[in-house]
Write a protein that binds this ligand. Sequence first.
Ligand SMILES: Nc1nc2c(c(=O)[nH]1)N[C@H]1C(S)=C(S)[C@@H](COP(=O)(O)O)O[C@H]1N2
Ligand SMILES: [Mo]
Length: 432
Amino acid sequence: MSTFLDRRVFLEHGLRLSLATAAAGTLPLAQAQSLGESPSASKNREGMQTEPQVNQFLASQHKAGQAFSNYGMPSIHENRVIRLIGSNRMVAGNGVSWTPLESLEGIVTPTGLHFERHHNGVPEVDPARFAFTLHGRVAKPLRFDLAGLLRYPMQSRMLFLECGGNSNAGWHEEPMQKPVGSFHGLVSCSEWTGVPLNYLLDEAGIDRKATWAIAEGLDAAATEVSIPVSKLRDDALLALYQNGERLRAENGYPLRLILPGWEGVRQIKWLHRLEFTDQPVMSRNETGEYTQLLPSGKAEQFDFVMGPKSLITSPSYGQTLGSPGIFEVRGLAWSGHGSVAKVEVSADGGKSWSTAHIDGPVMPKCFARFRAAWKWEGKPAVLQSRVKDDQGNVQPTRANLIAQRGRNGYFHYNAIVSWAVDSDGTVRHVYA
Ligand SMILES: Nc1nc2c(c(=O)[nH]1)N[C@H]1C(S)=C(S)[C@@H](COP(=O)(O)O)O[C@H]1N2
Ligand SMILES: [Mo]
């Protein structure tokens, strides 16, 4: 029997809570947060505040507040919600920082928590001296300063951005015990605004034989990759803004390439040059790295699209359920092929599935937030989620992914994630 319930259970549950509150004169704050069973009206359970306590708190707030600021920061009480950094000691400025997905809600990643992947540090680019060049096999090479680019018509799109190396601990023999963000947090979702590259391609007149473009960044490593011209025509953006403000230095200020749904490494930051050619450049980031070694021993190159993926962010590793009762299972789903069409959740390790609710609007190549009401009876359970996109792609089980890709995999890990809830309410990562 499924332990997932109709989401209306929360409406009924919530109403009962507030009526109980009025009668007892207490605020069931702790109960409401832990989503346990509704408290009985007469008892002042542990964690609840009494009326004198509430009044004391209100009185303590009645004084002049802090000065206001030129640029806002999160509440000081939330200062543990940060990106954890993993740096490569062998190469200066090489490393990653992880988005703490387990601490966030909705689909937008706050810009200051957008994951980072740097091959050679964050360059400081002077916008006054910056220029972007479009050259190579074109009828008319183009060169722009920022003022010039800012005059072009723009487009905004909500898009996820994911590193091809995200979740690669999933390939480990033993399930890694770390919070969601330190395992799957090389993915974030922002509103990107910029100039559709298509406009500039027409203006430059791309040679018919130019099927590839080489994109190069201004970082010390001059990070470069090859991109098929068809993708640049299709939906590429020259992004200048992220979540309404100009790009952050870490995310490519003043200009970066955005390739909706494609692996992060192609989306060159501090983009200063696009060169049109008839063949890929075969850079390190598309030969030595970001390729898949297949069971046959051959390496698959140019695996551009990030496959369908979903994961439960709550409950997840590091969280504790508290007393048995009704919980909202929450998570994220996305696909580089298109829009999230369906998310299913299981509490028995994939034997039975229920359809989760998805918050709208659902946008292509963008995070979708899913939710399901779940009754935890205090028994061991294995929670999973699985996404299907509107192009018919389904998130694989770990066994399926390994059968397909073998044991030499490193990039593009998108298998179903399993969280075991133990009878004491602790949550572990398991392979199921
Ligand atoms: N110039 C430049 N562009 C780059 C990189 C880089 O190191 N240098 N890293 C790439 C990789 S591997 C990823 S996953 C994304 C990360 O983008 P973010 O740091 O804005 O999240 O940028 C890509 N673009
Ligand atoms: Mo990446």
